[in-house]
Design a binder for this molecule. Structure first.
Ligand SMILES: *[C@@H]1O[C@H](CO)[C@@H](O)[C@H](O)[C@H]1NC(C)=O
Ligand SMILES: *[C@@H]1O[C@H](CO)[C@@H](O)[C@H](O)[C@H]1NC(C)=O
Ligand SMILES: *[C@@H]1O[C@H](CO)[C@@H](O)[C@H](O)[C@H]1NC(C)=O
Ligand SMILES: *[C@@H]1O[C@H](CO)[C@@H](O)[C@H](O)[C@H]1NC(C)=O
Length: 277
């Protein structure tokens, strides 16, 4: 009996460990806090073609939503909404999606400031806000993004100086700040490709900056990001199905091994009795 108890205890521990991931995403009120953050983002945007229709506050998690990709343990890792005719503003609640690696919002009509809260997204590698109507300054908090690789803010209406903090970011492959209205001097940004052309106050006739210097583009962009937003829903679904199937298989194997051990135990006991008898 002791051995069976031990086995059940181990099984319970395993199930708890596997479920731990989903518990961690729940807010104290029992709602998945990534759902709350994404609903705030949805509410800030105008969505004329209702591409965000299946974003629903009553969802257990956002992993089956269109344009969302999740990690295997159920955290949002990518937000891919390029070319969806979105306008409105980008909510600072994006800063609560702390597992985001990729944010692709290029080629929309989003205006207002770039939320400073994006600087909290420690895992962010790709940020593409190009060809929108973002205005105001680049938040200096973007310098906190240690893993940032691709930063595309070109073709917006950004103004002010480019924050010095960006020179802290190592490992930048591409920084494109072209076609905005930045002013004053440009900090030393360590990027393989850096574009600043099309900023009249920096590249004007009296400036000593040579804005036309552009280093070669990297071969592929983005690296692992979502290329077509409309695919990400099915992609995350596929991941979910794969995970479900492997979880099911693992559970089945545990049950089979468990029953075998139990049967062996019973069987051995029987033989023991038989010999005694
Ligand atoms: C989520 O983001 C909002 C806006 O930035 C902030 O007020 C709130 O405290 C954040 N919540 C959590 C749990 O981080
Ligand atoms: C950015 O703006 C410039 C000037 O208006 C234009 O020539 C260029 O094609 C635009 N680039 C993108 C990616 O929209
Ligand atoms: C850029 O900013 C300057 C100074 O604020 C302003 O005079 C100019 O019209 C702006 N240019 C564009 C293209 O927005
Ligand atoms: C700017 O850079 C381009 C490309 O490297 C070069 O052809 C041009 O002569 C440079 N202009 C100045 C003013 O240095």
């Amino acid at each position: 009996m002791e051995r069976r108890g031990f086995l059940l205890w181990r099984l319970g521990l395993l199930v708890l460990t596997l479920m731990d991931g989903s518990f961690a995403t729940l807010s104290p009120s029992g709602i998945n806090y990534e759902v709350v953050a994404l609903m705030a983002i949805k509410n800030g945007l105008n969505d004329p073609y209702t591409v965000l229709e299946n974003w629903d506050i009553n969802s257990v998690d956002p992993c089956s939503w269109r344009m969302i990709t999740c990690t295997l343990d159920g955290y949002v890792s990518a937000l891919g909404l390029p070319s969806q005719s979105l306008s409105g503003t980008l909510s600072p609640w994006i800063g609560n999606l702390s597992n985001l690696q990729s944010v692709l919002l290029q080629n929309n009509a989003i205006s207002g400031p770039i939320p400073a809260a994006i600087g909290k997204l420690e895992k962010l590698q790709t940020l593409d806000l190009s060809s929108n109507k973002f205005n105001g300054e680049i938040p200096s908090s973007l310098g906190d993004l240690k893993n940032l690789n691709y930063l595309k803010l070109n073709n917006n209406s950004l103004t002010g100086s480019i924050p010095d903090t960006l020179s802290k970011v190592e490992g930048l492959t591409l920084v494109d700040l072209s076609f905005n209205n930045f002013s004053s001097s440009v900090p030393k940004i360590a990027a393989r490709t850096f574009k600043i052309i099309g900023n009249p106050l920096i590249c004007g006739p009296n400036s000593d900056n040579n804005c036309s210097v552009v280093y070669p583009e990297p071969v592929s962009f983005p690296p692992d990001g979502v290329k077509d937003g409309s695919e990400s829903g099915t992609k995350s679904h596929r991941v979910a199905v794969t995970f479900g199937v492997s979880f099911g298989a693992a559970f089945l194997i545990i049950v089979i091994i468990g029953s075998f051990v139990w049967w062996r135990y019973r069987h051995n006991q029987q033989i023991f009795f038989d010999v005694n008898g």
